[in-house]
Design a protein around this ligand. Structure first.
Ligand code: NAP
Length: 299
């Protein structure tokens, strides 16, 4: 019998933990396991990966930790991505940094991710970046097979425009449930280009990658960064919290239901983000940050 697609779409935690930088954290497998368990204890059950993270190494580091306690697998939602070919020491077979959405590549990439993470299924597979050569019909065939084989439960995209999203969706039986894009007080583009309107219209979950602009929000020296930092400090003082918490509250305040993907390997930073779920920013507060980043008043 054919499996049915889950009607409810993305059912992950409101805040996700990303593992792009896992290799830089220099953790042993048991330290990574402790980190994973601490995330779960905080209620952060959605873990974001990609085949290429850490030069194709992060998924395997995660898998080595999971192998120490396989029962944890069903307590989490694993997102991973495919489609970028990245020349690296670990992949001498890749000559050119490019994209590949041929069915053969998607299927092989998922098998590799499953083997690396030592698990049986991926909760949500995202196409990492749009490609001019992507054939939506071929992607649909690959998705169908992955779903039928029970290897992937849901599908989504990352860094797709609304048009690219619609094209792919038009060829799929499965609903695309995530568009993961860059969103932060220093990255406003997708607030204004229709991405966040489109996800609301189609009940898709927007995930925010680099919610702290990769750390630029704290250390950046551009005019924009300095202006945003000044408002964040004022708000943090007014609300008796930290500036990173104001940023999380700012993202969560948006009606699209943004799910920030946190990037630090320090569990205290994730705990602070979770705490920020209870900070409610007023519309005045929200716009103070918006205007500081835009560098001009709203029209
Ligand atoms: P981020 O949270 O914007 O940046 C993380 C960086 O900010 C780390 O270097 C961290 O340093 C620093 N940081 C965090 N909190 C801080 C604080 N309170 N004070 C000072 N520095 C702080 O996120 P990201 O790592 O760039 O991205 C998050 C996740 O998004 C990734 O892991 C990945 O899963 C996903 N991602 C997806 C895409 C895509 O194309 N789909 C692209 C990029 C990333 P410490 O390590 O010292 O805490």
């Amino acid at each position: 019998m054919r499996h049915q697609y889950h009607p409810l779409g993305f059912e992950g935690s409101r805040i996700a933990q990303g593992f792009w930088r896992l290799e830089e954290w220099n953790m042993t497998a048991s330290e990574t396991l402790s980190f994973i368990e601490a995330c779960l204890d905080l209620g952060v059950t959605t873990f974001d990966h990609a085949d290429i993270y850490g030069g194709y190494q992060c998924e395997a580091l995660f898998g080595e930790a999971l192998k120490l306690k396989p029962a944890l697998r069903d307590k989490m939602e694993i997102i991973t991505k495919c489609g970028i070919l990245l020349p690296s020491e670990n992949r001498p077979d890749i000559q050119v940094h490019r994209y590949d959405y041929r069915a053969e590549h998607i299927l092989a990439s998922v098998d590799c991710s499953l083997a690396n993470m030592q698990c049986e299924y991926i909760d949500t597979l995202l196409l990492h970046r749009p490609s001019p050569l992507m054939d939506a019909d071929e992607v649909a065939q690959a998705f169908d097979l992955l779903f039928t084989l029970g290897k992937v439960k849901h599908f989504g995209v990352s860094n797709f425009t609304t048009r690219q999203f619609d094209l792919l969706q038009s060829r799929l039986d499965a609903p695309l449930i995530i568009n993961q894009v860059e969103l932060s007080p220093l990255a406003l583009q997708h607030f204004e280009d229709g991405t966040l309107d489109h996800v609301q219209q189609h009940a898709v979950t927007p995930m925010a990658w680099s919610p702290f602009a990769g750390g630029e929000l704290f250390s950046g020296v551009s005019e924009q960064a300095k202006s945003v930092q000044a408002i964040l400090s004022d708000l943090a003082q007014e609300k008796n919290c930290e500036i990173d918490q104001i940023v999380v509250a700012w993202l969560l305040r948006h009606p699209a239901g943004i799910c920030p993907v946190m990037g630090s390997g320090k569990i205290a930073r994730l705990a602070a983000a979770v705490e920020a779920m209870s900070i409610l920013l007023s519309d005045d507060d929200w716009f103070r940050i918006w205007v500081a980043s835009q560098g001009q008043p709203v029209p």
